[in-house]
Design a protein around this ligand. Sequence first.
Ligand code: COA
Length: 169
Amino acid sequence: MTSELCTHVVVPGTFDPVTLGHMDVIHRARKIFPQVTVAVAESRRKHGTGTEFTLEERVDMLRGALQDDGLTEGIEVVPFSGLLVEFCKEHGAGGVVKGLRATTDFEYELQQADLNTYMAPDLESIFVMSNPKYGYVSSSIVREIAAMGGDVDFLVPPNVAKRLRAHYA
Ligand code: COA
């Protein structure tokens, strides 16, 4: 057990693609901690399927969105594969920040946080409550609407909306 001050956190995810909900969590993590690493997972684990966008595209969309928001200081976007706890250790991060949208997120997040604690007892799991505005936003909803030609400007950053239009054109 360490009582070292946590100054560097990781915000992990698949970001397929990044949504305004994710951006809200990243902004808030950066408001609380001086150093934030957004870790983009190579593939998604939750549903065991591949991603719609390549790792490079997902990283690129995130970097573009952060740049457009003027959020570049103390924050970086890094792709990763393998265990999240190992990534945090390699990058010297003391905690993982995730957003909780609805109660449905809770059980899944609790399981991940518990497992991460078993593997890395000193790594903190920190949760921020999602802004109610983005409570029902998810990447799969965004992909579904965009694939059917719907407007997703109210769900994703402008550069991502542009990329989605080109992707599904
Ligand atoms: N706003 C909007 N959407 C959100 C959100 C938020 N604040 N928080 C979660 N979501 C949505 C995503 O859009 C995605 O939606 P979809 O499934 O409808 O497309 C869904 O929640 C899952 O998000 P995802 O980014 O895939 O994250 P995850 O919670 O499944 O975790 C990792 C991804 C990378 C953090 C996790 O798989 C991991 O740690 N992998 C590394 C391997 C490892 O260490 N495994 C052991 C962990 S115990």
